[in-house]
Design a protein around this ligand. Sequence first.
Ligand code: ZN
Length: 254
Amino acid sequence: MVTTLNIEPIPAFSDNYIWLLHNGTDAFVVDPGDASPVLQALSVRDLTLKGILITHHHFDHVGGIDALKKAAQCEIWGPENPKITPVTHRVREGDTLNVLGSPLHIIEVPGHTLDHIAYQGDGVLFCGDTLFAGGCGRVFEGTHPMMRKSLAKLRSLSPATKVYCAHEYTLANLQFALEADPNNAALVERLAYCESLRKQNIPTVPSLLADEIATNPFMRWDAPDVVKKLTAESRSVGTDDEVFAGLRLWKDTF
Ligand SMILES: [Zn+2]
């Protein structure tokens, strides 16, 4: 079971999290954009890197692969995108891989990029730049309906799922969320809680999928209050895809 593994964030760049999964001896990392903090984290914990999981092709998620492969001779799983040349196992929706004895399933979640995949196991989700705590990734390569459909797939997972996204964007996301969903008491409470975490330099990630469904406007395209607000702002005429696109375009310039 994935939940029996230790899962720790390795901070990288200014706001990335590279996720370290380990059993005390062997390790996997998710989206190593930079090799040096990973090598340091492995060394401090005396871990052997066995595998790398990649969610999409952006440099801040793949930039460390070559150096890690050279250092550890590990295997690399990633999407079917030939641009990510070091990948040794290309995976797609429905595939399952074994991470230190625990199964992780592949969910295709295009929108932020066309190649984006997520890794989902027992109670955990590694979703890269698709779903963020309190927000979602920018739609760079796909379309808004495509991104909403991807988020709908994630919304259908168990609400008890822990969401491990790749960036600490939570406060800015929740500040926007409050604009889009101002009467949401759970959201007000979540923002205060996350502000207190950040004041202590504690990551706000992972989050709980149930909290995303309750407070993240990009998971709430069909919540009456969000629909009403988008309509009042003249940013949507009300279909799920229009509400979602209206939210994403609003956030793009927020
Ligand atoms: Zn990205």
